[in-house]
Design a protein around this ligand. Structure first.
Ligand code: HEM
Length: 538
């Protein structure tokens, strides 16, 4: 059930930017993330106060597509955005009262390193010892307290606008000037003080939503109540919100992503007091994930050769693309297997999106965009089209776990409360440059949700690093899961083809964690309370 019974009119000016919409989608393809440690509470609050007025909110900027209604506040699009988030230890170091902190969730208090067992960050292939120095609990001895996130537009030279360097210098200067505040060093990559991030480029050199393994990313993203103006909300929810299992979509409850709002259980969960400290805030799991592109490509080439033979596919390229699609649930260009289960279907689908000689298209841009998200797995219970263990089917099971999903009477289906309570917003950007000889590339994922334990940790532990809900026993996600010895991925074949199921063995650890922590992203109101030292739980 959703919290739709309650009016949801989200206060954009109270919510930090980057939550409702990823900065990458808004034309900010560069990021610099810095980590700050505090040794004196008053000094730490001075630092927060010095930056607070520059923090970017969720207030929408005027654009050619969207005019701001008369009488409403107009905030110009900045060249660089700035956002702040805090670890539990950071809130403590800033002097947030114990009574308030006690109301915060256990997993947030623990921090990410302490949850390594649950997250699969403590295995031989994915050890805590591989984390960047800045994150390592036993590393520098300094503790991460504040995350400073800068995102920047691109200048005409294809580089970040100069204002990004100026914003970094501002933060660094504050850290030099204020005695009890330090910008931590020890990020992997070219600059030890800043995690550098940058969208990949397309063939024209422009930023694009690709990730390092070659897939188009950033297609699916939950839509929730209040996120978009009322008049677009219903449309925006198609393929992105919650499904009732009969093809109807609705926005998810705001409380799944913002604290202080009713969630999918129609409850406003208990929160750290005073309520204004929590309301309009959220949590992020910062995950720096390294991608071993060379090892991934070598394995895909090898396994695709075997798949080509087993299924008698026409060319090595078709076998390669088919294998990649079965692993992710989408073809590398983003088309879902549900829409195009075979390579021939993919070609047909894409041809229908191109104008013919008379300039007619079967599927225009908006119909294509809709087809990319408006689907479920109900008609494919055995994973013949999209394997149950494919990455996107694991992470967002859509209508698969509907308890009445097999009911022939569509009106009695329910959608899936289990899935609706496990949705996550994916924010962040890639880092590094595959092919530059350093093998240092991946993504910094900011997994954003109201409950790190119920949403992020569940998806990571149960759906990515375990296989029971995907009918796959112990098999982990073929794309991003932990892969110990003898790891395999089973790809069911279409019984009509007469082909055998394909068992892809020898999967390697392609994605390893290089650091991260759990952060609270306060509302602007709470940020003021933290900075001014006036959090009062009584
Ligand atoms: C390097 C690591 C990762 C890579 C390369 C990767 C890649 C992808 C790709 C290519 C897609 C399809 C594009 C889209 O639907 O937007 C996707 C979707 C998704 N991924 Fe990942 N992913 C990674 C890690 C993770 C992790 C760690 C999680 C969760 C903790 C996750 C959760 C999701 C979710 C929720 C979706 C959307 C599924 C849907 O709504 O249909 N991913 N990912």
């Amino acid at each position: 059930m959703s919290g739709r019974k309650y009016p949801v009119d989200i206060e954009y000016a109270d919510i930090q930017g980057g939550i409702l919409t990823a900065y990458g989608r808004l034309g900010f393809p560069f990021g610099r993330f810095g980590l700050v440690s505090i040794s004196d509470a008053a000094d730490g609050r001075r630092f927060v106060e010095a930056l607070r007025h520059k923090v970017t909110t969720a207030v929408r900027w005027p654009s050619s597509k969207q005019k701001i209604p008369p009488g409403r506040l107009v905030v110009e699009r900045p060249l660089v955005t700035l956002n702040l988030a805090f670890t539990y230890r950071g809130l403590e170091a800033l002097g947030v009262p114990t009574r308030t902190r006690r109301g915060l969730p256990d997993e947030f208090m623990d921090g990410m390193a302490a949850r390594a067992k649950i997250l699969g960050d403590d295995t031989k292939e994915n050890p805590l010892s591989g984390w960047d120095e800045v994150w390592r609990p036993q590393g520098t001895g300094k503790r991460v307290h504040i995350l400073v996130m800068l995102n920047a537009q691109m200048g005409p030279d294809g580089q970040p606008v100069p204002a990004l360097g100026a914003a970094q210098a501002d933060v660094a200067r504050l850290c030099d000037e204020i005695a009890g505040v330090e910008l931590l060093s020890g990020h992997g990559g070219p600059d030890p003080h800043w995690q550098q991030l940058e969208a990949l480029r397309d063939s024209k050199g422009l930023p694009c939503p690709k990730e390092h393994f070659g897939y188009t990313d950033a297609i699916s993203d939950p839509v929730f109540e209040g996120q978009y103006p009322k008049e677009y909300e219903k449309d925006r929810a198609v393929g992105f919100g919650a499904t009732d299992g009969a093809g109807n979509w609705r926005p998810l409850a705001a409380g799944e992503f913002l604290l202080g709002w009713p969630d999918e259980a129609q409850e406003i969960p208990g929160a750290a007091m005073p309520l204004d400290f929590s309301r309009n805030g959220t949590f992020i799991a910062y995950r720096k994930l390294h991608q071993d592109v060379d090892a991934f490509n070598a394995w895909v080439d090898w396994a695709a050769g075997r798949l080509q033979q087993a299924w008698n596919l026409a060319t090595p390229d078709i076998a390669r693309q088919t294998l990649l699609a079965k692993m992710a649930g989408r073809w590398p260009d983003g088309v879902p297997l549900d829409v195009a289960p075979t390579f021939a279907d993919l070609q047909r689908f894409n041809a229908e999106c191109e104008p013919d000689k008379e300039g007619h298209v079967v599927r225009d841009e908006s119909a294509r965009a809709r087809a990319l998200v408006d689907f479920g797995y109900r008609e494919d219970p055995d994973g013949i089209k999209c394997p149950l263990g494919a990455h996107i089917r694991r992470c967002n099971t859509r209508d698969t776990l509907d308890p009445r999903g097999d009911s022939p009477d569509a009106s009695t289906r329910m959608g899936s409360a289990l899935n609706n309570r496990r949705r996550i917003l994916r924010r962040g950007l890639p880092y590094g440059n595959a092919g530059d000889g350093t093998n240092d590339q991946g993504i910094v994922m900011l997994v954003t949700c109201a409950s790190l334990q119920r949403q992020f940790e569940f998806v990571q532990q149960q759906w990515l690093n375990y296989g029971l809900d995907a009918n796959s026993g112990n098999d982990t996600c073929p794309l991003v899961g932990n892969h110990g010895e003898d790891e395999k991925f089973v790809i069911p074949a279409d019984p009509k083809s007469g082909d055998p199921p394909f068992i892809a063995g020898g999967l390697k650890q392609w994605v390893t964690t290089r650091g991260g922590d759990y952060f609270f992203v306060p509302s602007m109101t709470a940020l003021r309370m933290i900075g001014m030292g006036v959090v009062d739980p009584t």
